[in-house]
Design a protein around this ligand. Sequence first.
Ligand code: HEM
Length: 87
Amino acid sequence: MRSANLDERRWTDPTKLDIRRAEGGHAAFALGQHRCLGEWLGRQEVAIGTARLFARLPSLRLQPDEHVELYGFEFRGPRSLKVQWDV
Ligand code: HEM
C-alpha cells in the first residue's frame, strides 16, 4: 500500500472516504514549515460550500446504483459523481 495518508497501520480502511473519521494526523495540507498557508481558507470553503449546497438541495444524494471510486495520488477524488434530488 502507498504511504502518507494511506498507511493502513495508522488509519482504519484508509482508502474509504469517511467524513466522520476520528483518526487525525493526515498530511493533506503537508507538514512542517511548508504546511499549506491556505488550510483554514480551504476548510472554510468546503464547510460553507457544502452547507449552502445542502440548504438549496436538501434531498441531494448519490444515485442508488452509483459506486464511487476515488482516483489520484496527491489529489484524490471521483472522476464523476452521479447524483439526484427531488424538485
Ligand atoms: C483543500 C484545499 C487545499 C489543499 C488540499 C492544499 C494542500 C497543500 C499542500 C499539500 C501544500 C504543500 C505543497 C508542497 O510542499 O509541495 C500546500 C502549500 C501551500 N498552499 Fe495549499 N492547499 C489547499 C488550499 C489552499 C488555499 C485556498 C490557499 C491560498 C488561498 C493555499 C495556499 C498555499 C500556499 C501559499 C502554500 C505554500 C506554503 C509554503 O510552501 O510555505 N492552499 N497546500
